[in-house]
Every structure is written in C-alpha cells, then in structure tokens.
Design a protein around this ligand. Sequence first.
Ligand code: GLN
Ligand code: ZN
Length: 729
Amino acid sequence: METYAYGFPHYGTNREYKKLIEGFWDKKVSEEELRSGLESLERERIDLYQKYVDYFPSGEMTVYDPMLDMAVMLGIYTCENLDQYFYLCRGKNALDLTKWFNTDYHYLVPEISSIPSPSKVRSAKKRFKKLRVQEQGIPYLIGPFTFLKLSKVYEKDKFEQHLLALAEAYAELIQDYDLIHIDEPAFVQDITDHEKELIRRAYKIMNQAHKDIFLFTYYDSVDFLEELYQLPVKGIGLDLIYGSRNLDFILEHGFPDDKILIAGIVDGRRALWRTDIDKAVEMVNELSLYAPDFMISNASPLYHLPITIEGEEQLDSWLLEQLSFARERLYELQLISQVYEGEVEESPEWYTPRDQKYFTVDKQLQRRLKKLQEADFARSTPHTERVKIQKKVLNLPLFPTTTIGSYPQTKEVRKARAGFKSGRVSKQDYDTFVSEKISDLIRFQEDVGLDVLVHGEFERSDMVEFFAQKLNGIATTKNGWVISYGTRGYRPPIIYGDISRSEPMTVKEVAYAQSLTDKPVKGMLTGPVTIIAWSYVRDDIPIHEVAYSIALCHQDEIKDYEKNGIKIIQIDEPAFREKAPLKRRDWAAYFDWAIKAFRLASHAKPETQIHTHMCYSEFSEIIDYIVDMDFDVISIEAARSRADIIQVFSKIEFSRQIGLGVWDVHSPAVPAVSQMEAIVKEVAKVVPIENIWVNPDCGLKTRKWEETIASLKNLVKTAQRLRKKYTSS
Ligand code: GLN
Ligand code: ZN
C-alpha cells in the first residue's frame, strides 16, 4: 500500500526559516545566504518525506505565504525579485492577513479585479521560478476554487467569470507536468448548487491540459462527494478524521473504480495523540473493499503540528509516550502501511491506550462543573445599566484611548525571561526586572496621554502559553513551534487533563501597575475559547467541559482582580471566530459553548468593565453571536477592513462600546493622525460617538519602541482632535 504525505512544516526544528527571512529583512542575511539556507531546510524536509513515504508534493516551501505564491505564479502580482515579493507581505502596502479556514494559520489575501490571460500566466510562471526554492516531488498548487474563494474579489458578480478564466490559467500552469497535487480545502465549506456546477466546469476546462491531478480536500467532509467523484481527476484526497461523514459516504456509496482514494487517516491537526495503528489498519482493510485503488495519507496538512517530539523529554514520560508530532505522523503512515502489508507486526511500544488516571485528577473541579446553573452564565445587571454605573466609576473622556495589552518585547525582555527560565537569573532578579518594566511603562503611558493603561505583559511569552504554564492540566513544549503566519510561529500547549488554578495567575503584575497610577489599569486574560483554539485539546471529554473549566479559573482570577481594585478587565478572544466550524450547520453547537464559556469567565460585578478583543475576525458573519457574549467593550481591527465594519454597524444597532483598532500593528509603518481620524469619522456615521474607543488593532509585542512611541503619540492626538471636533460641532 502506498503512502502520501503533504504539508510537512517548513519552519525548521530550530526556527531556521524565521531566522533566515527576518535576517534578510534586517540585512543581516544576504540573498544568497537566504537561498542556500532555505534550500537546505527544504532538503531536510524532502529527506524526511523520502525516508517515510512514497509520494509528496514539491513547491510547498514558500518564502512567506502559499496564497501569495499562487497569486504571483498566476501573474496577479508582478514580482521580479524577493524585495518586491516581501513588499506585498509587510509594510504599508501589505495585503490583508486573514485566518486560513478554522486553523490558526493566517494567509495573505490576494485582491482580484481580473484574471491574467494564459500568455501572461506563462511569463509569470517563468518569473516565479526565480522565487522558488528547489523542486522535487509532485508540483503543488492551491486549486482555483479555493484560491478565488479566499481572495478578495471586488465585483462579487464576477466570481463565475473569474473562476472560468482561472481554470484556463491553471490549464496553462499545469502544462509542464504530468501529475499535479491540487489542494481544494474550500470544498469542505458550504457549497451552493451553482458553485458545484462552476467547479465542474472549471475542472473540465483544466482537463484540456490532459494532466493527472491528485485533488486534496481536508479539515472536514465534502458535502458533494457524488459530484466530486465525477471530476476529471486521477486521485481524491479525503480527510477521514475531521470528515467522518466522508467515511460514511464511502461505506454507503463506494468509491469510483477509475480513481485513487487518498485516504487521510492520520490526524494532521488538533489531537496530538498517537494513532492507534491496529485500528487504522482495520479501517484501511475496510476501505480497501470499497476503493479498489487507494493510498493513505495525513488527513490534513502537517504544518499545524510541531516538527518532532524529539527533544521534548522534559514532558512527563507517560505523556510523551502518547504524543505524535509531524515527523511521527510520517512514521505512523509508514507503520500502518507496513503492518497492512504484513511486513511488520504492530510495534507495541508505539501505541498504548491512554490511562484514565492521568486524565481525571480534579474532583473539586468536577463538582463545580456539575453544579453550574443558568445564573452562572449571566451577569447580574444588564449592560445598559452597567454602562451607567461604569461611567461614574471610570469617568473617561470621549473617545477613550487604550492599548491591547502587550508592549514591545525587546531583546532585553526576551533575554531576561530566557535567563529566568534557564535558571541563570534568580526569581527575585527577574521579578525586579519585570516590576521596573511595568513602572517604566506606566510612566510612559501617562506621559503619552493614554486613558486606560496596561501593565505591558512583559512577563508573558505568548498569550496562551503563559496561561498554560500557570494552569494545571496543560503541558507546554520546549520547541514545538507551529507557523502562524509568514515567519511567525508559536508553541501550542497540550491540554491533557482537568484544568484548574492553584493561585492567582496575573494579579500581582496588574495590581502593581495599578498601584503606580490614578488612571485605570486593565487586567488582561486570554479567553477560554482562544486557549482551546490555540492548544491541542484532549478529546476524551466534551469540549464544553474543557472550556468551562478554564472559564471557572478566569472567574476566580477576576474576583481577585476586583479585590485588588482593578476596574477594567480584558478577556482576549482573537480565536473566537476562527474556531467556528467550517459548516454553518455546526455553528449553533459551537457558539453555544463558546459564548457560555465567555459569559462564565466574565461573571464580574456590574461596576467592573469587561472588554474583549478580537483581531482579524470577519465580523459581519458572527455579529449576532458576539452580542450574546455580554461584554461591555469590544476592540476589533479597523485599519485594514474598515469598510466591512462600517457595513456591519450600519445594518445592526450595536449598543455596546467598540474599540476601533485604527493602527495596524502588523506593519512597521507609523499611522498618520489623518489616516486614523478618517477611520473613526467614517465609523462615527454609524456608531454613536460615546461608544467609540481609539486603540491599536492588536498587542504591540512585535513592534519596535520607536514605532510604538511615534504611533501612540499620533493615536492620542487623533483622539484629542476628535474630541475637539465632536464637542465643538
Ligand atoms: N493582549 C494580547 C496582546 O496584546 C492580545 C494579543 C492578540 O489578540 N493576539 O498581546
Ligand atoms: Zn489581537
């Protein structure tokens, strides 16, 4: 039985990818060094593929983002060199950054007004070769439907025309190859009948090239398998882990004789538990009855997993022995194939059933969960009343200014934390260091003239990992980096047991910050949904129980904040939207627990102002759910996508306060006052001005101090100008 793997992480075990590219930006790495560095990284990846599996794609190594690669390859953007390519990734003219399906990867959104002709595509393809990092394997492309669906198409009614033109362009792109790997994850979304018809026509056009296509879908099941079976492709990759309905369909309706089933049976995503090899072989045996010609593969791209468990020996050995990262997934594919072929017996050391005793440890928590009642999920006073109480307590000006939490994590800060972690810096010295940073920052924020201050999150490495390290029942890795966008990575924690809080997690720093100023200091928590979304989560209990356990810890934390005189608390939920299932029919169940978890967490006194923060959260679709979260203030991204926001708020009457993220912090550019003012003025046409806050669109962790100082000065000036304008007119 043959094996196929795709999407193996290109980040490098020691984050070489990040170091190379960021080094190039900082002019510390030459173009030649960058190229040879990326090439050796790619070599390592290919060596691994070759060691474990029979087939794999080529061209997965991007210098920033695969969606942008597609757009450049198609000639939608012209890039003669790396600088021109990176120009689209960062800086003033960067493309929008948006979540890739319901994962924690973010892609650059191409903007499409027309599709280049096949002859233009031909020259673009040639140009793109210069940006490519070696090619070995089956050429990989994001399919035309997914590409267009995920791009920004200005004239919505041109979707059909564009897709058919794209199909011609793709026919040109695939001309030089015999076999092509095409990813169409958008096929697992809700697809209309019209779209199905368009997909059929597009693939027919592509088929003019008479090439063999392996078409991959993943992250969920495909609702139109019957039609998918009819497409002129050679192989179909299906996710049988997150798309269990795919499996049901095959068992009921079989699989076409003239196609290869590429059965995704090894988890590429959320649960890190090792594959039960015997069970997998059993499934393969069953599948083989329905699909005469088949291979096995990972169920979704492997870049959502860290590279390897090797080097994670600090984890409890019982836990380590349950885990499988990307490299181990390749090994599992090989093992399944070998067991299936009778070449080896299942090695008993690989998979052992999980021992329940490690999972259920906290009786007190379980009692608390059982006792939860309706009232625990609601605040005692409606927000319309809370507004009045809070106004008196806080006494803020019109257009209050604030920041989202983190301030530049300079080398100095990272060095101190690393020193503390490794034991080189004593706890006392580290605490003193953090306290100094906090007091400097309080002074800075007062000087700049911000209205609601923060403590700066200097003690936090990552907003999820930090809490994971404080909470019981969650493990963190040393080197389990996963790409989040471009060159950015993070280390998702592993939720394996019952979650509880032994002591306050964040109160000391925030209370200290508050003791230094008369202005309100905002307490800062990462919400339950985001902790779950950016972690690997145990799957032996219902997800809502995991969420409520975290929420109860937050509730206790908020009580401690209140005791310490903190009047504003922000619960960050940047992953609230991305965690939503891909199919609408699954939304109600998801939002039910997600909203309840937020409400349980934010069960505060009426005078405590609860903020939430969501960054790039395609707002319009979830606005009804968002209102149900019952916060007092929400901060959202408004610099890149203001038109969308205006549209949403012009349609509904949103009576809560909104923090407009008018400064795009993912770009080093300093926003001009006029630019930020213009955004607020436009929004002020559809939102009452008393409800508008002015802030950056996310934390300032990755920014430099110079940019931060200049930008915040402008931000405060923006608010001052607005106050003048709206109080005098
Ligand atoms: N409070 C966090 C910070 O400022 C929020 C980050 C986020 O939304 N991604 O870093
Ligand atoms: Zn954010």
